[in-house]
Design a protein around this ligand. Sequence first.
Ligand SMILES: C=C(OP(=O)(O)O)C(=O)O
Length: 934
Amino acid sequence: MTEAAARNVSDLLQQATQLIASHDETASGSPVMALARQIGRKMASGTLTMDAVEDIVRLLRDRAFAGRAHHIATYLDGPDEQTVTARMRTVARHIVQPDPTDSPVPIARFRAAIERSRFAAVFTAHPTFALANPVYEALAELASTNPAAAPEHVPAFLTHRRVGPPTLDEEFTLATQAILRGRNALDRLNTTLLTEARIHWPQQWSTLVPRPIIMTSWVGYDTDGRTDIGWWDTLRLRLRMKQLQLSRLQAQLEPVTSCANDLHARVATALEAVTAQIAACPTGPEPEGVSRFADVLINRSTEALTSSNDLRATFSEAIDAATPEDKMALVVARAGFMAHGLSAAHTHTRLNATQLHNIARQRLNITDNPDIPAQRRALISRMNEALDTVEPVEIDFGSLLMEQASAGRLMMTVRQILRHIDRTSPIRFLIAETETGYTLLTALWLARLYGVADMIEISPLFETQDALENGEQIIEEALRSPHWRAYLQRTRKLSLQFGFSDSGRYVGQLAATYLIERLRIKVCDLLRKWDLAFVEVILFDTHGESIGRGAHPYRLADRFDYLSPPHARARYTRAGIQLREETAFQGGDGYLLFGTQTLADATVSIIAEHAFATSALDRDPVYDEPDFSADFFSTIANGMTGLVEDPGYAALLGAFGPSLIDKTGSRPSARQSDAASTVTRIKHPSQLRAIPNNAILQQLAWCANTLQGLGTAAARHPETFEKYLAESPRFRRAMDFAAHGLAHSDHGVLRGVIRLLDPDMWLERATAQRDAGAQEACLTLMHGLEQLDFWASTQAMFRRIQSDHLALRRAWPEAPRMQPDELLLHGIRIALIEQIWMLSTRVPYFSPRHAFSRDVMTLKVLCLEVPAVLKELEQIFPYRSDGSFDLDFHEPHGPRQEGTYSREYTEVFEPMQRLFQMVREISTGVMHHVGAFG
Ligand SMILES: C=C(OP(=O)(O)O)C(=O)O
């Protein structure tokens, strides 16, 4: 950081602070616009060089990075060794002796408490791999030092961006690194539990097999909305999970010297066989390769082990014969192994409801549309008939090769895993966008067809507004089927999933969690009504790390209580229904909480505290006035659904928002289906997936899906709002979302963005210009924006947002505001965007090439599709030949006009490229402030 840059930053920050304090809303549209204009003028006049702006951006980004490291540490209540040890010990002691004034519980009760999985941490590859891997590592390392404030010095990186999006294999590597740290942390927790047990039951403790918390993975198994994961990928990655589990076990057993039987040898043999199976894995549907793979997979399956039970007796024998020093190591190793089966983590597969509907149409000729409620009853009765008669069929890999339906392929893949890789670990079968019980019955029919119904956990994912509002009807539709009830009775489990990202973006994040809580309680009532209270309920929340995707912003402990309010948990306890909670750690951002061993230990210790907390029926006042809550949250939902349908909202999301963010994962940013085409222009938010949708909002400085409707809701009940803010923990946790949302939203920035899209503003600028060239440039941009036609709808949408926001500020005057550092990043970015646009008008005349004309170029630049535009321009204006023109053309070698366009390169194309890179670098800074991507 040069001295000049430091001076520049402090000058600009001072200006930012003054402008913000002045509240001069008339200044060029907003204070931030005025700031952007000043920066733009300085850049145009050369008083602020590109180098200097780059330095400023890096400095601001690094300050945000330092703040984020501090935030992660506070999020985990200070990840230090002593605190974590003490927390784990307190949990263990509390289980042994819930009442400190009473004697310890009998071992049977202790066993029941710890041998049941109460909580699963689910690692998904949701595309939030927004930062370069070394940057994530540095962030985790810094947070692990438990800094008391934002550190002054941070590692210097030229960029925080990734070189490119991760591949599925890279995501798998990152996920498994996090999972293995999680597994180590679980071993530490189990050691603490067992150590405590040893004190009280010295003869029996070694018979305990704790598994209160488990790790689970989606990576390689989630095929919802993507067509690029082949069944061979799923099997290969599943085998790698088995390999990781066995190598982990081998490493745990290595120091154990008193092991008298063949435990070591069996693990080594299994590992060798699995390694051979992985080596034989096909890379595509090529029959000969698949046949060779089938040979190794099937004929070496006994050596490779097909169930954790294969080692149960060997383990017990080894533990009984072990020396006291080795006993603990063996009992802990067995616990982790038995809890996870033949995989480093459990397996969650996922597909979309429509894929199941397709296979029912193909195989059973059920052609009615499940989306039409009036047709559902008939559909369900057809499916019940199919279930009456379905007989399991045997399949082989040839069947898998021939299968055309994606749901059929997935269920067959599940069957092959259960047959040849791990027979005893159940597999979750998640169904995205479930809106009817018919979908659940179809999944059951397919599972029975392939003989796996008792080993899979069919789970609807409630994420659409319809599903959240009618979730209990969806479940009841299925419960009316004797087949579904029999399935629950046999498996003794009901698995449900709630998607926070999607539901939050449609009805608003705060309303979504309210609806989800209501649904959880209704499910409890439903099970009692249908005499199924003996069934364990698995509630899985797929929220992401940020407020936009449902994670509480301030503390991990609050995150769990927010997702799973103590009140709802207590309802289950009172009904005698066992609950297992599961929660997502998504993509790059989510893995941060497992980014070092220190962080993973702290995370697991907080999970343990939550998983064993006893929850009494809450005296939270918010539950005393259900009418207020219902009205408050439904007002938010109305506000948000209105915004989602507002054409200006789609226009805002689609204008240049997608260009502000890098592609952050291997999953496409729009849902793909077998037949889908790619979206070019966004007409409705549903054309985007939730994560890019939310990420764009954050980059545009308006966390709409957390805030919209809240002002109107608060204005309807100003006194109650104030009272609950002060007195209700449940309400306060919800408002923490709003507080964080407001701290990273600024109506001036949003207005600035909308002003940029307004042709009128460019006309005003053209009018004010003395220079004819500059005037022409402004008019070109004006015409382009007229053609894009974002302006009228975005302005109307802004009025909708701002009136709600003003109401919120009136009801909650002390709510936070965006701070100068972050504002400055936005101000600089607006200036940079203007510079890019203006530069583009200096591209010399060119004749259209394919579909790329001058007009098309302007429109693309206005949408900030700069990399694509520069690629075209490089073809049109070649800078240097590739050497192929140096061939002998049978005449004396003539001049090649190389470097003809060097001026365009140095004055237009390269600066555009640099400016665009800064635009995206700023996005990493904004992400650090928000604390997540999307
Ligand atoms: C499950 C969710 O994410 P997605 O469907 O985008 O994977 C969700 O909405 O939380």
